[in-house]
Design a protein. Structure first.
Lengths: 248, 202
């Protein structure tokens, strides 16, 4: 790789989007280039700010476990000889470098074929990404609606269901997070309740314990229920309810 | 040592300065083996460390495990933090992000990750809606700045950072040539840097 090529990787480097081989090449390049070190540091700093928007309260036991673990973890001194610098992973690098070098040589000869085989898979993935992004945009739209009302209910067996409902969007977002996923042959099913009539509002994948689900027309209902059903869901809810969130 | 003297000062002389709440100060104290400082550092960074890892891995149990590894690693290697190469916060999140990316690449195929993309919303928007308090302004600033990127810049940067995709995978997913993706990642981050006013004073 020429020096210009390597330098163009600075963004991908800051985002951890390089493989081990490229990262090593970039770090070698940085060693001789002060301007690159500064740019890489700034872009890393910028990337780290993206963590600001991922705030999520960890379970309290994490603190207990971490504090216990540091009690038995010896700290490194600043200039420990032979110690890897920063978050480098030398063992993994050694393990992969030979294979990676071999793969590069192979790829030179077979690139076209591999591309043809992957083409369909890539198209499928692209469609999935596009659909997922549209879905996420709708979720964001409902959650940021000015009239959103958020209600939460614990789940039988641990976890919680949060329902964010917006009359102006005539839709709601159900955020389901069970502490334990259901058995592989069972699935959570969502129900909207209008009066006394439950209507299925979607079935999670079998064994899936967490999901984000948009329910259209949710604000017109009196409640949202969650049940545990055989994989694929049922026509009527199986009692008892795993969770129930009143909407009025 | 001054810290030692201060700690022993009797209570009635309560002019003891408030304990540091700066991540850098806490990290430096942590490097000297100060477990109390580390505890406070934990309280400041753990929600973002856990949130970031959970966002990349989309699996609360795995995220908890990796978050624990990362936070213990912060304790273990605190002495290696070098303020001339960036902020303490960035140092912590760099460790967290790289560990999360390592784990996600080792365990989940790219396609699985994109399938699970919706689950990302389990944490973030929920917190945003429910928690009106901590860091809300910062989050809004990042989001506002993300909106200033071009569509391709934003997708390239977020697919890599929040989903742990390599730039090759990003190029595949977006149907965009590799050199373009490299460039968009770089100029997207540069625009974000300028919008957020990020500086590193070496």
């Amino acid at each position: 790789m020429s020096s210009t090529d390597v330098h163009a990787l600075v963004g991908a480097y800051a985002l951890d989007a390089l493989d081990d081989l490229e990262r090593a090449a970039f770090e070698r390049h940085m060693a001789d280039c002060a301007a690159c070190r500064t740019e890489a540091a700034e872009l890393r700093e910028t990337a780290a700010r993206m963590a600001d928007s991922t705030w999520s309260v960890p379970p309290p036991r994490l603190r207990t476990e971490v504090m216990a673990a540091i009690g038995r973890t010896r700290q490194v001194s600043p200039a420990e000889p032979g110690a890897p610098q920063g978050p480098a992973r030398p063992a993994r690098w050694r393990r992969y470098s030979l294979a990676a070098a071999a793969a590069l040589v192979l790829a030179a000869g077979t690139g076209a074929t591999v591309y043809a085989v992957q083409d369909q898979r890539v198209r499928d993935e692209r469609a999935i990404v596009a659909a997922a992004q549209r879905y996420e945009a709708r979720v964001q739209d409902i959650l940021s609606a000015p009239d959103v009302v958020v209600r939460t209910s614990p789940m039988r067996g641990g976890g919680k269901v949060t329902v964010a409902s917006s009359a102006s969007r005539n839709a709601g977002v159900v955020l389901l997070g069970a502490d334990r996923p259901p058995a592989p042959d069972q699935a959570f099913q969502l129900w909207t309740v209008r009066g006394t009539t439950p209507t299925s509002a979607g079935v999670l994948a079998a064994g899936e314990g967490s999901a984000v689900h948009i329910v259209d027309g949710l604000p017109g209902n009196s409640g949202l229920g969650v049940t545990l059903e055989p994989a694929g869901g049922s026509a009527t809810p199986t009692q008892p309810l795993v969770a129930q969130v009143p909407l009025v | 040592m001054t810290e030692h003297g201060a700690a022993r000062r009797p209570d009635h002389l309560s002019a003891v300065p408030p304990p540091p709440t700066d991540v850098g100060d806490l990290l430096r104290a942590t490097a000297r083996g100060d477990e109390t400082a580390f505890g406070r550092l934990y309280d400041l960074v753990a929600p973002r460390v856990y949130g970031l890892i959970r966002r990349v891995l989309r699996d609360p149990a795995q995220a908890e495990e990796v978050a624990q590894e990362v936070l213990v690693e912060v304790w273990r290697t605190a002495a290696r933090f070098d303020a001339s190469r960036g902020s303490a916060t960035a140092w912590v999140f760099t460790i967290a992000h790289r560990r999360a990316v390592d784990r996600v690449r080792a365990e989940q195929a790219a396609a699985d990750r994109t399938m699970k993309v919706g689950v990302a919303s389990v944490d973030t928007p929920y917190d945003e809606v429910v928690d009106e308090v901590s860091g809300r302004l910062e989050r809004q600033q990042v989001r506002r700045c993300m909106d200033d990127l071009t569509e391709l810049q934003r997708q390239a940067v977020t697919l890599a950072y929040y989903q742990g995709h390599s730039y090759r995978e990003v190029a595949d997913l977006l149907g965009t040539p590799l050199p373009t993706v490299k460039t968009r990642m770089r100029d997207g981050l540069i625009r974000l840097r300028d919008c957020l006013g990020v500086e590193v004073t070496a």
